[in-house]
Design a protein around this ligand. Structure first.
Ligand SMILES: N[C@@H](CCC(=O)N[C@@H](CS)C(=O)NCC(=O)O)C(=O)O
Length: 230
């Protein structure tokens, strides 16, 4: 079968979760940059909810990051990222769901968009959106700190799982906001986790493959179509 194809835009946190998993598993894949097609019929034919990533593998196409990584885990079982015990898998899925519900929305959708993505396009920051998110991000960092403080290398202990690769891209993109620079040093166990994650060969390899950070042109549309309001 042909190599998988990942569709997305290079700075997307969810796209980079999928790319980290493929890189970790040493699966050759190609990347299709959808930036010029976002929201157009060719993109909507792949993802009817107008989001990324999408994975194509042979004649099979699937969207939603959790479905994609679950598929990759079964299709490419080597260098597994799922723990063997049911309880550890439940814990891993708890983290994945927490990233979707509590970390991504506030770190990225609220703060990174307002502090980085919109200003890079000349769109002024909505301070109310940032102000609403900051206490929620603080809670997220406190939860992580409590989880990691007892010397755990990864979220589940000594084993690297999908949970770690799920969380990393949010914490990376949020790190470009000035608020992250003030918040992160208050959480030493979390900062150690970030440092070990950023030092993994998989992470270095993906970062080296990414183009320099450039403005996300199609995000002009987000400011009109789905910007939080408070
Ligand atoms: N539930 C989706 C969320 C995907 C998502 O929100 N992706 C963002 C990029 S990180 C996106 O497509 N943004 C484009 C937009 O908001 O128009 C998943 O798990 O894949």
């Amino acid at each position: 079968m042909s190599d998988p194809v990942v569709y997305g835009f290079p700075r997307s946190t969810f796209v980079n979760i999928v790319r980290l998993v493929l890189t970790h598993k040493e699966v050759p894949y190609s990347f299709h940059d959808l930036e010029p097609e976002m929201g157009k019929p060719s993109h909507l034919a792949l993802h009817p909810f107008n989001r990324v990533p999408i994975l194509r593998h042979g004649d099979f196409t699937v969207y939603e990051t959790s479905a994609i990584v679950a598929y990759l885990e079964e299709a490419f079982p080597k260098l597994a990222l799922q723990p063997k015990s049911a309880r550890d898998r439940a814990r891993m899925n708890q983290w994945i769901s927490a990233v979707n519900s509590y970390y991504y929305p506030y770190m990225i959708y609220h703060v990174s968009h307002e502090r980085n993505v919109f200003p890079e396009l000349g769109i002024p920051t909505d301070e109310k959106v940032v102000g609403h998110a900051l206490p929620k991000i603080e809670t997220g960092l406190q939860v992580l700190e409590r989880e990691l403080v007892h010397g755990k290398t990864y979220l589940l202990g000594s084993e690297l799982t999908l949970a770690d690769y799920y969380l990393l891209p949010c914490t990376y993109s949020f790190s470009f906001a000035p608020e992250a620079k003030a918040m992160y040093p208050k959480y030493p166990a979390f900062s150690r986790w970030r440092e070990s994650m950023e030092g993994l060969p998989t992470v270095k390899k993906l970062r080296a493959a990414l183009p320099p950070r450039a403005p996300i042109e199609h995000a002009r549309e987000w400011a009109v179509s789905h910007r939080p309001k408070y």
